[in-house]
Design a protein around this ligand. Structure first.
Ligand code: GAP
Length: 455
């Protein structure tokens, strides 16, 4: 996006900046290779970021596999034979059109450039950054795959690519999974894993990065039933966002027009999220027809048909794909969660994560650093380990400050251990969202918090 377009979205980009700085300050996300000046579009997930994305991946994987009878998991290798990408069409056609401004050296994706020009109401021959006229180059095709050599000899025979999508690992294992698991079509294969794209333009924090993770599922169906399954999967995927705490008003459908469709897709609908920098794609749901299996059968010489012994029919299954980026999802949930309010006359930042997504579930806070309070608080923390990740904080600062620290990372519950706890064996549970407090017996704490965190 150009600098002028960004400038026109000041308050929203301030909000994004607040989120980026909270992510660094509180150990969610750091700039990659930061001590060397940072590697553009590479980000490292800190201790709380790892928990956040772990919870997202777990929620997705459970919804896709454990909660259903017809989808199984896979973890295929990132590096695959070069023929995979020749068959899939990525080697020849996974390109983005690249445009440079000869005056200011700003680099654009041609489709994004046009969007920026339209937003600014300037001509198609004007650079949105420096506003020079006639300085933009003709679009050049640029392949997004990272190319490398496999083994010690760097020649044409050793070329491999870092996978730009996880889906192909599923297609090449279609028969392995179907036969080893004795699966009947329709069934799906789900996979979470890294993907790599040498993106031309990478802005907006973790929205578009060169290394990212995808959560993808390929659902194999009998030809002729794909439209019905496509609609079912649209509905299923839409419903999932509610379960991870998304405000559904911030999501929208976008149907791909003929000029937007990927080379493999007959139909595609995206789920868009209202990011602070605009409404953008978060997930794609694609009807990939039998394109991939047919191409792999052709290129490998292997039979990738399915025989339905009940109907006595042989066919190449059609595929409905759902695909969402983990980082993009994390960014959307960070944006959803970030809020500011006033408690006891003081401004607080509170991350209102859904409980299943919050990195830390419970914090145990003794009112004093002295014994025997500390021993009791540590014992309480030990007993709470099974309810989810806990934090223990006896560091200085009044209890209000320690609550704020937990609010800022979205911990749903704080347990305060005070001197009365030693006598009445009770503690105070403080709720992140309402800030209400209730006194409960220590003996009941694990059961109460487990139930509340599920609720
Ligand atoms: N297998 C189909 C496929 O890869 P895609 O629309 O190119 O389709 C699917 O990508 C999802 O992967 C996107 O909706 C987005 O969430 C995520 N994604 C794609 N490129 C990304 C990038 N450079 N950085 C972060 N996430 C990305």
């Amino acid at each position: 996006m150009s600098k002028r377009v960004e400038a026109s979205q000041d308050s929203e980009s301030a909000r994004l900046q607040d989120i980026v700085s909270l992510c660094k300050r509180r150990g969610f996300i750091f700039q990659g290779s930061e001590i060397y000046g940072g590697l553009q579009a590479a980000w490292d997930y800190g201790p709380l970021g790892v928990e956040l994305v772990g919870n997202i991946k777990r929620a997705w994987y459970e919804a896709m596999t454990r909660d259903r009878d017809d989808v199984v998991g896979l973890d295929s290798a990132i590096l695959m034979a070069r023929q995979v990408w020749q068959a899939s069409g990525h080697e020849a056609g996974f390109n983005d059109p690249l445009v440079d401004c000869k005056n200011c050296q700003e680099r654009y994706r041609a489709d994004h450039l046009r969007e920026d020009q339209e937003k600014l109401g300037i001509g198609y021959d004007v650079c949105p950054n420096c506003e020079a006229k006639g300085t933009l180059t003709e679009p050049r095709q640029f392949n997004l795959m990272f190319k490398m050599n496999f083994g010690p000899v760097a020649d044409d025979n050793s070329i491999v690519y870092l996978r730009p999508e996880t889906a192909q690992g599923i297609y090449v294992n279609f028969h392995n999974v179907q036969q080893s698991m004795r699966r009947r079509v329709p069934f799906g294969i789900a996979q979470v894993g890294k993907a790599f794209r040498n993106e031309i333009v990478t802005v907006n924090f973790i929205f578009r990065t060169r290394e990212f993770e995808q959560m993808e599922m390929q659902f194999f169906v009998e030809p002729g039933t794909e439209d019905e399954w496509f609609e079912q999967w649209r509905e299923i995927r839409w419903g999932w966002y509610r379960a991870v705490g998304m405000n559904m008003d911030h999501l929208h459908w976008h149907q791909h027009g003929p000029d937007e469709l990927a080379h493999y897709a007959k139909a595609a609908w995206d789920i868009y999220y209202d990011f602070p920098f605009g409404s953008k794609e978060m997930e794609g749901i694609h009807n990939r027809t039998d394109f991939d299996l047919r191409r792999h059968a052709e290129f490998s010489g292997k039979d990738l048909t399915y025989f339905d012994d009940q109907a006595n029919k042989r066919y190449v299954p059609y595929v409905v794909e759902t695909s969402v980026g983990v980082g993009r999802m994390a960014l959307a949930l960070l944006c959803e969660a970030y809020s500011e309010d006033v408690v006891d006359g003081e401004k607080r930042v509170v991350m209102r994560f859904a409980k299943n997504i919050a990195p830390v579930k419970v914090a145990v806070l003794p009112l004093s650093k002295k014994e025997p309070l500390v021993a009791l608080a540590k014992e309480i923390r030990r007993d709470l380990r099974h309810v989810g990740l806990t934090q223990y904080d006896e560091t200085g600062g009044n209890i209000g400050k320690r609550y704020r620290r937990q609010d800022e990372i979205g911990t749903p519950y704080c347990v305060t251990v005070d001197f009365h706890s030693l006598e009445d064996q009770q503690v105070t549970i403080r709720d992140r969202d309402t800030t209400e407090q209730r006194r409960v017996p220590i003996a009941d704490l694990p059961a109460i918090l487990s139930a509340d965190l599920r609720g």
